[in-house]
Structures are given as C-alpha cells and as structure tokens.
Design a protein around this ligand. Structure first.
Ligand SMILES: [Zn+2]
Length: 204
C-alpha cells in the first residue's frame, strides 16, 4: 500500500528580546509537542477556544467533517478547543495574517505531491499566535463516509492529525498515535491513543 505523507511546517518566530537576554528558561519535557529553542513546549497557553476560519474554497459538505474533527480532541481535553469563526473569502493563498484558516488547495508544489495536507504554526516565545491548514485537493480526493476509490483519503482522519499540529503537537512515529506521519488511503484513524491523551493532558 502506498504511503502518504503529511508535513508540518515549522516557522519559529523568536522575539529579539529573548535572543538578547539569552536562554534563562528551564527546558520542559516535550510531551509530544514542538519545542522552541529554549526547550519550552509551544501551545495556546489556555487561550481557548481557538477561532478557525474556513476559506470559501472548502467544499460546504466537508464543514461538518471539520466540526467532528474538533470534537475528537475536545472530548479528550474535556473542553471546547476550537470554533468555526466564519467563512473567509479573498484569494486562496495561505499567509501569515493573524487569522487561523483552513484552505482547500487546487494548486500544490509538484515536488511535494505526496503531502496530503500541511499545517503551518507560528509562535512567539512559547505561545502559538496563528496556525493555517492547507488540504491538498490537487493530488488527492477525500471522503467523509465511504471511499469511492481505494485511493481516497478519509478527511476526518486527516484533519484530526492536522488539528494536532494546530495544538502544537509534532509527529509521533515510534508508537501508536494519530500524529503518526503516514495516513494510509481509505483508512480511518480518528481515535486518540493513550499517547495522544498523555500529550494533551501534559499541556491542556
Ligand atoms: Zn503531520
């Protein structure tokens, strides 16, 4: 079976003041989280729920899938983590604009055509400021309930993984996790494992 790759793009934004002062933070256990240069976990620091905009490029029938993906994490965290803040228009060009947005892309870099999706996380210090998710609809087809083709990707499983990145989580390939890098086609992976639960409890 062909393996598909999802990639997290990390763009660290370190405040100049931190660099001037030098590291004086105690390194933390990673707990599955991306860490900044001082070894601190990056997260939303309790600023929930996170407003997520849906770009108008996202097919309307998939919005309930996004909402169910929210609930997978929220049921484990025991609180609301995300909400759909609205539908955003404008060009379908992911960018850092202070708004968390999910984009449905019909263009994708040809040398990265194996990526099913990509989530960019921007942070300052140890606090996430913005996260944008792009779904690769150029190279993949997605399904909500039943795959039409064996190559179709279960959208909720993909978004659960990408939301993990939105929360600050990195890939987990050594043990069972929804954050494993590879999501096989026609595979449902929407149940958080003990590893995922431990990560969430560590920070949230
Ligand atoms: Zn990933």
């Amino acid at each position: 079976m062909k393996k598909m790759i999802t990639t997290l793009v990390l763009l660290p934004l370190t405040l100049i003041a931190f660099q001037a002062c030098g590291p004086k933070f105690k390194s933390q256990e990673d707990c599955g989280f991306v860490q900044n240069v001082y070894g601190q976990r990056i997260s939303w620091k309790g600023k929930f729920p996170v407003p997520i905009y849906i770009h108008s490029s996202v097919p309307e029938q998939f919005i309930p899938v996004i909402e169910s993906s929210f609930r997978v994490w929220e049921e484990s965290a025991g609180k609301q983590l995300f909400y759909i803040a609205g539908i955003s228009g404008g060009p379908n060009e992911p960018r850092r604009d202070g708004v968390n947005t999910i984009y449905w892309m019909n263009t994708w870099e040809s040398n990265r055509s194996q990526e099913q999706a990509r989530t960019s996380v921007y942070w300052e210090g140890d606090e996430i400021r913005e996260s944008d998710m792009r779904i690769n609809a150029k190279d993949f087809t997605f399904y909500a309930q039943v795959p039409v083709d064996g190559k179709d990707v279960h959208l909720e499983s993909l978004i659960v993984h990408e939301l993990g990145h939105v929360l600050g989580l990195k890939h987990q390939d050594g043990a069972s996790s929804v954050m494993a890098t590879y999501l096989q086609s026609s595979t449902v992976r929407t149940t958080l494992t003990n590893n995922d639960l431990n990560s969430i409890r560590c920070e949230y």
